[in-house]
Design a protein around this ligand. Structure first.
Ligand code: P5A
Length: 447
C-alpha cells in the first residue's frame, strides 16, 4: 500500500478523552474512531490488525478440533426467557422491539442460542463430543465504557460452546480450551496467566480467567511468581489426549493465581512464600466456564446415552475478547514514540521510507523493493508522500511496523538502504536484495 493512496487519519495531538496509552495510540494512529460511547468504527489499519488476531484465534481453535460457524447478533428474547436469564441479565442487555412488537435483544453472549441449535439437531451421545464456536460482535450496555476497545459496549468476541456426554468429558473440553487459549496468547506475543475466577452472569461453579499483566488493567490479581516461568513454547499438544491435557492443565493451574473476586489472603500466605507473592493489575483477555447442565436442563437439550436413557448434555462456554486484545497487545508493547507490533499481528510487515520523493533513482529503488515485497505476498506500507523525513520517521514509529527500510539518494549511490528494527531501534546498511532477504527470513521464522 502506498501511503499517498491509503486512509490513515493520524492525530497530531493526544486526544483528551483517552486515559490509557493503548487508547491514545489507537486514536492517534488512525485505527479506530469513536462513533458513540463505547462503540467504534474500525478504520482500515485497526481493521487489518483485528482480522489478523481473528485469524490466529481461528487457526488455534481449529487445531483444537473446534468447529467454526456464525450466529446472528440479534436474538429472540423467547430463548432467554426459557433459560431464565432474560430478567436476570439486567441493564447490561440491550432490549429491542421489532415492528411486530416482538422482543429481541442484541446478544451479550450466546449460551441460549447455541443450546437451541443443539437441541434441534442432536439427540444421541454418538454425536458427542462437539464444540462449536463463532467470532461475532456482542453488545453489553456497560455502566462505564472506557479505555477505548478495552471496555467497549460493542465488542468482538470469540465464543465457543462444548457439548459432552458427562462431566468427565466436559472437563476434558475445559482443559482443551485452557491449552488452546494459552497457545493463542503466546502466538500474539502475550503472557497470559490463567486464574481461578467467579462465574458471574454466565453461571456454573468452575471458571478461569486469562490475565495479561498491565498497570492500566482493570483487575487486581494475586499470584505465585513461579507461574511466570511457564511457557508452552514448541510443545506438541495432542488435544484428543485427555492425560496430556490434564497434565498441562495441572502444571498451569496448581500455582496460586487468583483475581480479586476469588482471592483469599490466608491461602495465598499458606501456598506461596512471601518473596514469591506478586500483586498486580491485569487485563482480562479471556474466560472459560464449565456449568454442567445449567442450560441443557432449563432448555431441554438432551441426548440418549449408551443405555438409551435420555440425559441432559454437559456444557461449558469459552470466550476471548478479540477486540480487547488489540488494546492489551499495545499496552504490553509500545514505547514513548508509539506502538511496537509483534510480527504476527502487525498491519504491515514492512515500512518503506523514501527520503527524497521525486528523485528518480530513489523512487525507482523504493518502487522495486515495494514490488518485490508485494509479489512475495507481504503487506508493505510505502511512504511515498512529500512529507519531511522527520515526520515520515515519526509516523512509522507511531504506527509500529516492526521493520523499516529507509531509502535516500546518498545510500542509493552507494548501493545500500537502511534496515531498522522498530523494537531495538538498531539499523544496518544492506543492499536492497539483502535487506529484502533479511526481513523475509525473520517473518518466515516468526510463522
Ligand atoms: C464465554 C463465551 C462469556 O461471555 N459466554 C460466551 C462466556 N464470558 S465473558 O468473560 O463475559 O467474556 C469473554 C471475554 O470477552 C471480553 N469482554 C469484553 N471486551 C471488550 N469490552 C467489553 N465490554 C467486554 N466484556 C467482555 C473479555 O476479554 C472476556 O474475557
Amino acid at each position: 500500500m502506498r501511503l499517498s493512496r491509503y486512509f490513515l487519519p493520524l492525530l497530531k495531538e493526544n486526544p483528551a478523552e483517552a486515559q490509557i496509552i493503548s487508547h491514545r495510540l489507537m486514536l492517534r494512529s488512525g485505527m479506530i474512531k469513536q462513533s458513540s460511547s463505547g462503540i467504534y468504527s474500525w478504520l482500515p489499519m485497526g481493521f487489518k490488525v483485528l482480522k489478523k488476531i481473528e485469524n490466529i484465534v481461528h487457526q488455534e481453535q481449529k487445531l483444537a478440533g473446534h468447529i467454526p460457524m456464525l450466529m446472528p447478533t440479534l436474538q429472540s428474547a423467547e430463548l432467554w426467557k426459557e433459560s431464565g436469564r432474560y430478567e436476570d441479565y439486567g441493564e447490561e442487555m440491550l432490549r429491542i422491539k421489532d415492528r411486530h412488537s416482538r422482543d429481541l435483544l442484541y446478544g451479550p453472549t450466546n449460551e441460549e442460542l447455541i443450546t437451541d441449535i443443539f437441541r434441534s439437531h442432536v439427540n444421541s451421545y454418538r454425536d458427542l463430543p462437539l464444540t462449536l464456536y463463532h467470532i461475532q460482535w456482542k453488545f453489553r450496555d456497560e455502566r462505564r465504557p472506557r479505555f477505548g476497545v478495552m471496555r467497549g459496549r460493542e465488542f468482538y468476541m470469540k465464543d465457543g460452546y462444548n457439548f459432552d456426554v458427562d462431566k468427565d468429558n466436559a472437563l476434558h473440553s475445559y482443559n482443551r480450551h485452557l491449552i488452546s487459549y494459552l497457545r493463542t496468547y503466546e502466538r500474539l506475543g502475550l503472557k497470559a496467566i490463567p486464574m481461578r475466577a467467579d462465574t458471574g452472569p454466565i453461571g456454573g461453579d468452575y471458571s478461569h480467567e486469562f490475565l495479561v499483566l498491565a498497570e492500566t488493567g482493570e483487575s487486581e490479581v494475586f499470584f505465585d511468581k513461579s507461574i511466570l516461568n511457564l511457557s508452552l513454547g514448541d510443545r506438541q499438544v495432542d488435544f484428543e489426549n485427555k492425560d496430556q491435557c490434564q497434565e498441562i492443565f495441572n502444571e498451569w493451574t496448581s500455582p496460586y493465581a487468583r483475581t480479586d473476586e476469588t482471592h483469599d489472603n490466608a491461602s495465598f500466605d499458606k501456598m506461596v512464600p512471601k518473596d514469591q507473592q506478586i500483586t498486580s493489575r491485569a487485563i482480562e483477555v479471556g474466560q472459560i466456564f464449565y456449568f454442567g447442565t445449567k442450560y441443557s436442563e432449563a432448555m431441554g437439550a438432551n441426548v440418549n446415552n449408551s443405555e438409551g436413557v435420555k440425559i441432559p448434555v454437559h456444557m461449558g462456554s469459552h470466550g476471548i475478547g478479540v477486540s480487547r486484545l488489540l488494546g492489551a497487545i499495545i499496552e504490553a508493547s509500545h514505547d514513548d514514540k508509539g506502538i511496537i507490533w509483534p510480527e504476527n499481528v502487525t498491519p504491515f510487515q514492512v515500512g518503506i521510507i523514501n527520503l527524497k520523493q521525486g528523485d528518480e533513482e530513489t523512487d525507482n529503488v523504493c518502487s522495486s523493493i515495494y514490488k518485490t515485497f508485494s509479489d512475495f505476498g507481504y503487506d508493505c506500507l510505502y511512504d511515498d508522500t512529500n512529507e519531511r523525513a522527520g515526520s515520515k520517521f515519526a509516523t512509522m514509529d507511531l504506527i509500529g511496523i516492526p521493520w523499516r527500510i529507509t531509502v535516500g539518494p546518498r545510500g542509493v549511490k552507494n548501493g545500500v538502504v537502511e534496515v531498522t528494527s522498530r523494537k531495538s531501534g538498531e539499523s544496518i546498511e544492506l543492499s536492497p536484495e539483502l535487506a529484502i532477504r533479511k526481513i523475509t527470513e525473520i517473518y518466515e521464522q516468526a510463522d
